[in-house]
Design a protein around this ligand. Sequence first.
Ligand SMILES: C[S@@+](CC[C@H](N)C(=O)[O-])C[C@H]1O[C@@H](n2cnc3c(N)ncnc32)[C@H](O)[C@@H]1O
Length: 282
Amino acid sequence: MIVVQCHFCSEKEKQKVPNFSDISLKYEKDSVVQKSASEILLALLDIQADDNVIDLGCGTGHITKTIRDRTKGQVVGIDPCEGMIEKAKEKWSNHDIAFRRCSAEQLDYTDEFDKIFCNSAFQWFAEPGKALRACYSSLAKNGKMAIQSPARDDYCPNFLQAIELIKQAQETKNIYAGFNSPWFFRNNADEYKMLFEDAGFSVESSTIDRIVTRHSADEVYRIFESGAAAGYLNQDCYDTSLTREYTDTFRRIVRRSFNDQADKTGLVELTFHRIYLVAIKR
Ligand SMILES: C[S@@+](CC[C@H](N)C(=O)[O-])C[C@H]1O[C@@H](n2cnc3c(N)ncnc32)[C@H](O)[C@@H]1O
C-alpha cells in the first residue's frame, strides 16, 4: 500500500477534475522550467549506452523517455502519485520503460542501478534521509545519483512576492495562516552535500544556481500551476478547511501579481534557485 502523501493528485483533486489525463497532459506542456532544468541535469549525470537508470519522481514520464533514448540498459520510472504514474504508463510503457508506483523512501533495489536521475522531485520527499539511503542501496558500486530541485527558502522570489499578497489580503490571510509548507529546502549547497554524505555517498559537486528566464505573465502562472500550486492549494497542507472561495481568490491574486511583475515588454523575469548535486556510491 502507498502511504506517502501525494501532493499532485489528492482525492480532492481527482474529484474536481475527473479526467486526470488532462492534468497530466497539461503537466507535460506547462512544466517548462522543470524540463529546461532537466537538460542540465542529464548532462551532469552523463548516462552511458548500457547504463541501468532510475528516473526518481518521474511524473508523467516524458523525461524518462529521453533517458530511454540514451541507454540500452534497464530504465525504471518511479513515482508515488497514481495519476502521474498511470499517465506515464499509458504513454511510455511500450517504449521498454518499467513504471512503478512507489516513493523514493520505499525503493527496494540492491546494487542494481548505474544511475539515478531525480529532477524537480527531491523537494517533495517526505523523508529525504530515508530516501537517500534507499537510493544508495539501489545503486551498484560506482553508481551515480544526480538531483536538481528548487532550493533555499527564497526558492522563487516571484512566487513569494505573490504569496506576500496572499498573506495580506482579507479574503485569504486567515486560511493561509494555517498553511504548512510540504517542501524540503536547504539554504546552502553544503547542507545538501551533508545529507548525501550521511547516506554514504561521496559528493562530486553541489552548487545552488540562480536561474533567470523570461516569460509572459500567463506562462509564469502556468508554471506556478504545474508545481507550486500542488502545495499551496492542497488541503493536506492546511490546518483548516479550504473553501472554493479561498482557492479562487488565491489564484486570482497570484495571477494579478504575475501581471504586475511584467515589465514594459510584457515579460516577467522568473528567478529560481536550484540545487544541482552529483553523488557517487564508492
Ligand atoms: C514537479 S514533478 C517532477 C516530475 C519530473 N521529474 C519532471 O522533471 O518533470 C514532482 C514529482 O515528484 C513526485 N514525488 C513526490 N513525492 C515523492 C517521493 N517521496 N518519492 C518520489 N517521487 C515523489 C510527485 O508525485 C511528482 O510526480
